[in-house]
Design a protein around this ligand. Structure first.
Ligand code: ARG
Length: 587
């Protein structure tokens, strides 16, 4: 609810008491944005909902409320419509004052969270010795946007990279490298990630077919877990190798994260199993230790166990997640823990959340949220792959986005007969390429699959990053053309006259609601939709035929419109920055 709605709500509550007595003090006025702007800005539906209770016609109830309602500071006189809706239209003077209010506020009128708290965003989280794939790209982009919104709202956010850096796969890989490429285990930088990935593949193949090798690999795991020096050293080198490669991607995407991989929780794993045992939840099943779950069954309809210790004594992904959950609650004192992974892991999260709750490890004031997202598909609607059918390397993908943005820009410059420096062209191509990839991902409802298309994401028209960046640069162009410093416009009174001006002004005032909703629902596409709609409204306003004149308008309209331009640009810049997207003054 925005401040305007809050003020209106208070007035309605008073009117309800005045009309029907103190029993009606806590009634919700059911205030919603008007479905059609022709009828105003808000609509209160309370009269309809009270009809039964009062045994009266809703229209009569509505008029009793309106009689006692004092909203004259905010609205034009309310109107009753249809079966008993109360329509409210905001006063122009009120909107003007609101705009002047946000103009002097660097946060553009968005209040910080009422109760700032520690929140953890667990995102990106690729696996060592494997390539980071498009699923990790989604997690990285979405997780970063969520973290940015929470940080902006004033929360104390811990951005955690839960990398897969532990487990049996390392025994396999180390055993294999000892045989075929021992230098890799003793010297830094002996391998690059591509080699590492193919060695991993070969090691796996060997593991699946060669029993003697399986035994050697197992011994390596035992040595690793026991802290055997040379194995540990080899493991560190492998992690270092992958880490460097991941960092290249994070730098390109401007992502900050704290690495706290699975290995970090290794010493805590026996404690998890012990405590589950003590709480009586642990059951032995064919040598494995597990907890039976409610609401999950196997194909035969039998209850499904969550294994926390395998029959060979090893721990798994779920054990680590249980240990990390406890650590995050007890040590980090997190109040909300957000996990950003593909929807395919939904069961894993639901299961270990259930076990943790049953064990009493999750206090009531702690919220656990799995933030799932859909698959990345190719334009053929199938899983995203290279032409040769391999998984796409993220680095190649980002490089291609930048290269295409570069080519598009060159073509446009030629068409417009513009001369620009190489430096300018590279900077613009970089920002446009990376923003396009991020925005294409964020603008989709994350729960659905999305089709990866360079052509679509780089299009200057439509709900794309280039369109938004262009709207921003266009506004900066106004300031260049008129030789105006937006920062020095002063707190001149805003005047709203034209229809497109009012529509834009009202929309500018909705930013706080949108950011609030993303903070709650963790759906960044809502912010994208808002920014897209805002850019469209701006383009209608700044249109010779349908909109208004700006630089060649008379005063006081001229300055007022420049303020509106500036507010639009600042809103775009702030909104995009919350999505991890940087703006360009010129493009
Ligand atoms: N490493 C996992 C993967 O690549 C993601 C980890 C997500 N975080 C977690 N706490 N389970 O699928």
């Amino acid at each position: 609810m925005n401040p305007t709605q809050e003020k209106l709500k208070v007035q309605f509550e008073q009117a309800l008491v005045a009309a029907f007595g103190t029993d009606f003090a806590r009634i919700d006025p059911i205030l919603v944005p008007a479905s059609n702007s022709k009828f105003g800005d808000y609509q209160a539906n309370v009269a309809l909902s009270l009809s039964k209770k009062l045994g009266k016609q809703p229209r009569l109830i509505a008029s009793s409320i309106v009689e006692k309602l004092d909203v004259s500071e905010i609205c034009e006189p309310p109107e009753i419509a249809g079966p008993g809706f109360i329509n409210l239209k905001l006063k122009t003077a009120y909107l003007e004052a609101q705009l002047n209010g946000i103009q002097v506020d660097p946060r553009l009128g968005i209040p910080t969270a009422k109760t700032p708290q520690r929140e953890i965003v667990d995102f990106s989280s690729p696996n060592i010795a494997k390539e980071m794939h498009v699923g990790h790209l989604r997690s990285t982009i979405i997780g970063d946007a969520i973290a940015r919104v929470l940080e902006f709202q004033g929360h104390d956010v811990l951005r955690l990279n839960h990398v897969g850096d532990w487990g049996t796969q390392f025994g396999m890989l180390i055993a294999y490298l000892r045989e075929v490429h021992p230098q890799a285990l003793t010297t830094a930088n002996a391998l690059d990630i591509g080699d590492l990935v193919s060695f991993y593949r070969q090691a796996k193949q060997r593991f699946d077919t060669d029993e003697a090798f399986q035994e050697t690999a197992r011994q390596e795991v035992v040595r690793l877990q026991a802290g055997g020096e040379d194995t540990l050293h080899a493991w560190k080198l492998l992690c270092e190798q992958s880490r460097r490669e991941f960092q290249v991607i994070y730098n390109l995407l401007d992502i900050k994260l704290i690495e706290r991989g699975e290995s970090f929780y290794n010493p805590l794993l026996p404690g998890v199993v012990e405590d589950l045992e003590k709480s009586g939840l642990l059951v032995e099943n064919q040598g494995a230790k597990c907890v039976f779950l409610e609401g999950f069954t196997n194909r035969e309809g039998e209850p499904l166990p969550l294994i926390v210790q395998k029959s060979d004594g090893g721990y798994n992904y779920a054990t680590t997640d249980l240990a990390s959950l406890r650590y995050r609650i007890q040590q980090d004192e997190a109040k909300r823990i957000i996990y950003v992974t593909d929807a395919g892991q939904a069961n894993h999260f639901a299961q270990f959340f259930q076990v943790a709750r049953k064990a009493g490890w999750v206090p009531e004031d702690v919220e656990l949220v799995h933030v799932p997202f859909g698959l990345v598909l190719g334009e053929d609607g199938k899983k995203f792959k290279t032409r040769s059918g391999d998984t796409v390397r993220l680095r190649d993908l980002l490089d291609e986005a930048i290269a295409r943005a570069h080519a598009d820009l060159k073509a446009r410059l030629q068409e417009e007969q513009r001369q620009e420096t190489e430096e300018f062209i590279n900077e613009v191509a970089n920002v446009v390429g990376i923003s396009a990839v991020k925005y294409a991902d964020l603008s989709q409802n994350r729960t659905s699959n999305y089709v990866f298309s360079f052509d679509k994401m780089l299009d200057l028209k439509g709900n794309t990053a280039p369109y938004m960046l262009y709207a921003y640069a266009r506004i900066q162009g106004i300031s260049r053309k008129g030789d105006i410093n937006f920062q020095e416009l002063g707190n001149h009174a805003v005047v709203l006259e034209h229809e497109t001006e009012l529509a834009l002004a009202k929309y500018l005032l909705q930013l706080d609601e949108v950011v609030n909703s993303v903070e709650q629902d963790l759906l960044p596409h809502r912010l994208c939709e808002y920014l897209y709609e805002l850019s469209k409204k701006f383009n209608q306003f700044y249109d010779r035929d349908r909109g208004v004149r700006v630089l060649d308008a008379e005063e006081p309209q001229r300055t007022s419109r420049l303020i509106i331009c500036d507010l639009t640009a600042r809103t775009l810049k702030l909104g995009l920055s919350l999505l991890g997207i940087q703006v360009l003054e010129r493009m």
